[in-house]
Design a protein around this ligand. Sequence first.
Ligand SMILES: O=C(CSCCNC(=O)c1cc(-c2ccc(F)cc2)cc(O)c1O)c1ccc(O)c(O)c1
Ligand SMILES: [Mg+2]
Length: 214
Amino acid sequence: TRSTRPQRLLKVVQKHATRGDPQSVISAIDHFCRHSEWAMNVGDEKGSILDSVVSELNPEKVLELGTYCGYSTVRIARLLPPGARLITLEFNADYAAIARQVIAWAGLEDKVQLVEGASEDWIPRMKEHFGIETFDFVFLDHWKDRYLPDTKLMEDCGLLRKGTVLLADNVICPGVPDYLEYVRNSLSYKSYYFKSHLEYTKAEDGLEKSVFLG
Ligand SMILES: O=C(CSCCNC(=O)c1cc(-c2ccc(F)cc2)cc(O)c1O)c1ccc(O)c(O)c1
Ligand SMILES: [Mg+2]
């Protein structure tokens, strides 16, 4: 039977990227998605904005909601200082299986813990299961109707501290209107919009950076 898109992405990485070289993994995926087959990676343009936010923050504890094939996982983990940790949650077992191999090809498995399951099940267990106090940085890129409830859940579970940065993908396309309204109007957040484009296209999209004020 026909391969899946994630399987084709993994094959491209194994064929064109160098083991242990995260940048070559990123470039191989971007070239394939721009010239052969679109896929819902954050991509190179929004990825550069993601890079600058992570580099400025130098986070120790990172949570990613929505792994897909591990493209943004590799983008973030490659910038983390030694000892820093990234936990990434993926609901879809097929996506998770591919992402593990992409992350391993990049040589970043020591910095990354990929957890399979629903965000609403795992967020309440972060403290006791992973020994996490609070996160320094959260990248939201999973189901768009989960951004708001999961953000409220992270607040309620005490996983955010004064200065924690949330960065949300796709705030225009597909769009997360309820989340945007919340972070832009809540007194508990200072929010900024980074205008960009939907990965590998000319359609408008953007990233919303929201700093939790405690
Ligand atoms: O897909 C999911 C949910 S997680 C991925 C969320 N991400 C997106 O949906 C997403 C979508 C788009 C996008 C798609 C089509 C367009 F025309 C325009 C934009 C772009 C992004 O950057 C995204 O991140 C899933 C989970 C478990 C399962 O079992 C399962 O079958 C599927
Ligand atoms: Mg996305």
